[in-house]
Design a protein around this ligand. Sequence first.
Ligand SMILES: Cc1ncc(COP(=O)(O)O)c(C=O)c1O
Length: 399
Amino acid sequence: MSASEPLIASGQKLLMNNYGRAPIVMARGEGCVLWDSDGQRYLDMTAGIAVCILGHGHPGLAQAIAQQAGRLHHTSNLYYIEAQIRLAEALAKRAFSGKMFFCNSGAEANEAALKLARRYQAVVRGKPNRVEFIAFEDSFHGRTMGALSVTGQGKYRQGFGPLVPDVRFIPFGDAEAARKAIGDRTCAVIAEPIQAEGGIILPPPGYLQELRRLCHEREALLILDEIQTGVGRTGTFYAFEKEAMVPDIVTLAKGLAGGVPIGAMLAGPEVERAFEPGSHASTFGGNPLASAAALYVQQAIDEQDLLGHCQDVGAHLGSALARLAERRRPKTRLARGRGLLQGLVFDGDATPVVGKARDRGLLLSVAGGQVVRFAPPLVVGRDEIDEAVAILDSVLAEV
Ligand SMILES: Cc1ncc(COP(=O)(O)O)c(C=O)c1O
C-alpha cells in the first residue's frame, strides 16, 4: 500500500465531492518540481492553476511569510495595515492607477467590482436604471453568485439558478455584437483580456480598445478580470498593457501573493468614490500575512526581471507548442496563448492527455475542454519547458 492511500481514503470520506481530484498527495516542492508523498517527481506546468509564480518552496517568500507571521499576522481592516499599504504603493507603480480594495480570492475581487459598478451608476452618477452587465460567452469569473452570474459557461451555472438578473452574454471578440449590446441600461462590461478557463482564447487585435471606446462613449464601465492573465503571466504586469487601453476597474488574485490567498479590486479616481465606509468589506482582506507575501512577490518580479523572463521563455514555449501542434496533427489543431499562458488545442477532449502526462510525471491542466493549458511558475527555465514538451510529445505519440 502506498503512503498516500489511507489519507486519500479518509479524504474521500470527509471532503465534499466537488473536485475531480487525482489520487495524489503533494508533499513538497522546489521551483517547478513537486514530489508526492510516495516520492514521485512531477514537473509542474500548472503552478497551482496559475498561482505559484515564484515556484514552490521559494526561500525568500517563505521568509517573508514567516517574518510577518512572527510579528503580526492579522488585525482586520479596523486599523491601517502597513504591509497592505506598502503593497498598494507597489501596485500603484504598475500600469493602472487608482484605489484598491483587498479581498481573498478572484471571485471576491469580481464580486467587489460588480458591486462597485452598480453603486457607481446608482449613487455617484444618479442612474439607478443602469443595472445591466454585459458579459461574454465562454468567460469565467468565479463561483460566488455574482461572479457566476457573469460567467458564460453553462456547465458552471447548471442547478444554481436563479442567478443575478440583468446579465447579457455576447460572443467574445465580436465588436459588432458589443456595439449592439452596450446601451443606456448598461452598468458595466466585464471581460477577461484573454479568456483563460474558456480555452486560452485571444480576442482579435483592437477588440479591447473597441470595448474601451464603446464603454466610454455610452457611459458604461469597463471591468477587466486580470485574475489569471495579470501579475506578469502574459509578459506584462497586466495583459491589457499590450492593447493600448486602460479599463475603469481591474481585478487581480491568483499570482498576486504567489500562493497565499489574496485578491484585489482596483478602480480609477471617479469610480472608486462609489464605496464609502460600510459599503463593502472583508474580514481577512489584505491582512498583514497575505499582504507581506504579495509585497515580496512584487519586489521579486522587479528584482528578477520576471516580466522580461516571461516574455522570453513564453515565446520559447509558444513556438515549441506550435511545432508540436504541427507534428501531431490531426490529434492537435493549433497552439495559442501569450507569455506563460499557452494552450495546445486538441481535436477532442484533452482530459485523457492530461491524465497520461501526469502518469509520466508532467502536471498540466485542461481549459475549455479541448485545450491543454501550460501556466507554469514564471521562474520556469527553458530546459524545463523542453522537458515538459518532450513528455507531452511522447504522450501524444501514444494516445
Ligand atoms: C479569469 C478568472 N476570474 C476569476 C477566477 C476565480 O478565482 P478564484 O478561484 O480565486 O475565486 C478565476 C479562476 O480560475 C479566473 O481564471
